[in-house]
Design a protein around this ligand. Structure first.
Ligand SMILES: Cc1cc2nc3c(=O)[nH]c(=O)nc-3n(C[C@H](O)[C@H](O)[C@H](O)COP(=O)(O)OP(=O)(O)OC[C@H]3O[C@@H](n4cnc5c(N)ncnc54)[C@H](O)[C@@H]3O)c2cc1C
Length: 383
C-alpha cells in the first residue's frame, strides 16, 4: 500500500488502464522483435507522456519523481522495452527544467510541449562507460558555438529522438572538470547512427552507436556553463535513476511475479510448498523494493535530504531494485519449470531484462562504490 496523493492515485489508475488496453496485448511482440515499438510510441504520445516532467508553466504536467516512477513501473510491468521510450525523454526534460535558462526553456519546451518527441541521453563511449569522467568526445570552439566530434555507444532510442543530451569535453580540465553538456539537434549535419545493438533482452528498445563529425551546436544549446557538464550529470541527472532504472526494475519484478501467479493458479501449484514459498519470497522482495523506491522518490520530491544522502539512497534503490528483479526472475524457474526454458516465454525475456538493468545507468558495482564512499564520509544530518 503506497501513500499517494489523489492526483498520483488517479494518474496510476489511468496508466494501468492505458497499459492494460494498449501495451499488455502487444508486450510479447515488443519484447521479442528488434524494432522500434511504434504502437507503444503512439499510445504514449497521445497521452503526452513524453512531456510529463515538463513544468506546468511551459505546458507540461510538472510530474514529480513519484509520478514518474508510477509511470515507469506500470509500463515496465507489461513491457520494460516500452518503458525505455519515456524514461530517457523525461530524464532529459527534467534536466532542462533544472539547468536551462528561461530562454532555453521557452524555446525548447515550446517545441516539445505536444508531448510526442522523445529525447535521448548520450554519455557512454566505446572505451568509457563506468569511467565516464574520461570521455573523449570533443567540443571545439566554432563561430557561435561548438563543433562536436566523437562517438557514443549504447544510446537508447538511437536515431528516434528529437534532441540528444550529449556530454563532451570542452576544455583541458582534468577528467570531470573539462566536460560540458549540450543538446544536439537530430537534424544537425554530421550526426549519424550506426547499427542497432543486438541485445540479449530489451529487444523492443532501440540501442545504437552515435557518431558526431564536427556537429555544430550553438552556444544557446549548452546547459549551464562550460566545464559544468559533470555537475549537470552528477547533481541533476543521476538522481533520476530512482524513478527510471529502479522503477523499471520494480515493474520487471512485478511482471515476473504476475506471470508466475497466473501459471501457479492455472496449474493448481499453490499446494506445492516449494512453489508457494517461492511465490511468497518473490512477493516479499518486490514489496520491499517498492517501499524503498517510493520512499526515495518521496525524499527527492520533498527535498527532505541532503544531496549526498539522496545520492546514496538513489544508488541503493537502483542497485536493490535490479538485484531484486534478477532474484525474482531466478526464483520464477521454481514456479514455471520448463516453461521458462522456452526462449519466447515472457519470463525468459524478463530474466534477461533484469540482467540488463543491473548493468545500465551506472552498473550495480558503481552504485555500491557510491554507497560505500558516502558511508566512509558520513554526514551528521539524519533523514
Ligand atoms: C540496455 C542498455 C541501455 C543503455 N542506454 C544508454 C543510454 O541511453 N545512454 C548512455 O550514455 N549509455 C547507455 N548505456 C550504457 C550503460 O550506461 C553502460 O553500459 C554502463 O554505464 C556500464 O558501462 P560499460 O558497459 O562500459 O562497463 P565498463 O565500465 O567497461 O565496466 C565493466 C565492468 O567493470 C565494472 N567496473 C568498472 N569500473 C569499476 C570500478 N571502478 N569499481 C568496480 N567495478 C567497476 C563494471 O561494474 C562492469 O561490471 C546502456 C546500456 C545498456 C545495457
Amino acid at each position: 500500500m503506497l501513500f499517494l496523493s489523489q492526483t498520483q492515485s488517479e494518474f496510476r489508475q489511468r496508466m494501468r488502464e492505458l497499459v492494460a488496453r494498449e501495451i499488455a496485448p502487444i508486450a510479447q511482440e515488443i519484447e521479442a522483435q528488434s524494432a522500434f515499438p511504434q504502437a507503444a510510441y503512439e499510445a504514449f504520445a497521445r497521452e503526452k507522456l513524453f512531456c510529463l516532467a515538463m513544468p506546468k508553466e511551459y505546458g507540461g504536467r510538472g510530474a514529480d519523481a513519484t509520478t514518474l516512477a508510477l509511470m515507469v513501473e506500470t509500463i515496465a510491468t507489461a513491457s520494460p522495452s516500452a518503458a525505455l521510450l519515456v524514461f530517457p525523454s523525461n530524464a532529459v526534460l527534467r534536466t532542462i527544467a533544472i539547468t536551462g535558462s528561461r530562454e532555453q526553456k521557452k524555446r525548447l519546451f515550446g517545441e516539445l510541449k505536444n508531448g510526442d518527441k522523445p529525447l535521448a541521453f548520450c554519455l557512454t563511449e566505446p572505451d568509457y562507460g563506468s569511467d565516464a569522467a574520461s570521455i573523449q568526445t570533443k567540443a571545439e570552439p566554432a563561430e557561435g558555438g561548438y563543433a562536436l566530434t566523437g562517438s557514443k555507444v549504447f544510446i537508447t532510442l538511437g536515431p528516434h529522438a528529437r534532441y540528444y543530451l550529449t556530454f563532451a569535453r570542452t576544455g583541458p580540465g582534468p577528467k570531470a572538470g573539462g566536460i560540458s553538456a549540450f543538446l544536439v539537434d537530430r537534424q544537425a549535419p554530421g550526426l549519424s547512427f550506426g547499427h542497432m545493438e543486438k541485445k540479449m533482452g530489451l529487444h523492443g528498445s532501440i540501442t545504437s552507436q552515435m557518431f558526431l563529425d564536427k556537429v555544430f551546436v550553438p552556444v544557446e544549446m549548452r546547459l549551464w556553463g562550460e566545464g559544468e557538464g559533470w555537475r549537470v550529470l552528477a547533481d541533476v541527472a543521476n538522481p533520476m535513476r530512482v524513478w527510471g532504472a529502479a522503477a523499471m526494475a520494480l515493474g520487471t519484478a512485478q511482471g515476473v511475479l504476475q506471470a508466475c501467479l497466473r501459471h501457479a493458479a492455472a496449474r493448481r501449484l499453490f499446494s506445492q510448498q516449494a512453489v508457494a514459498f517461492a511465490l511468497a519470497e518473490m512477493e516479499m522482495q518486490t514489496e520491499a523494493c517498492r517501499s524503498l523506491i517510493y520512499r526515495v522518490c518521496g525524499l527527492v520530491d520533498e527535498h527532505a535530504a541532503s544531496a549526498r544522502q539522496i545520492e546514496s539512497m538513489v544508488s541503493m534503490a537502483k542497485c536493490f531494485a535490479s538485484d531484486t528483479a534478477m532474484k525474482v526472475a531466478d526464483l520464477a524457474s521454481t514456479v514455471l519449470g520448463t516453461e521458462m526454458a522456452r526462449a519466447e516465454h515472457p519470463v525468459a525475456q524478463l530474466f534477461k531484462v533484469a540482467k540488463g538493468i543491473q548493468i545500465f545507468d551506472g552498473s550495480n558495482q558503481i552504485q555500491r562504490l557510491i554507497i560505500a564512499r558516502n558511508l566512509a564520509n558520513p554526514e551528521k544530518e539524519k533523514y
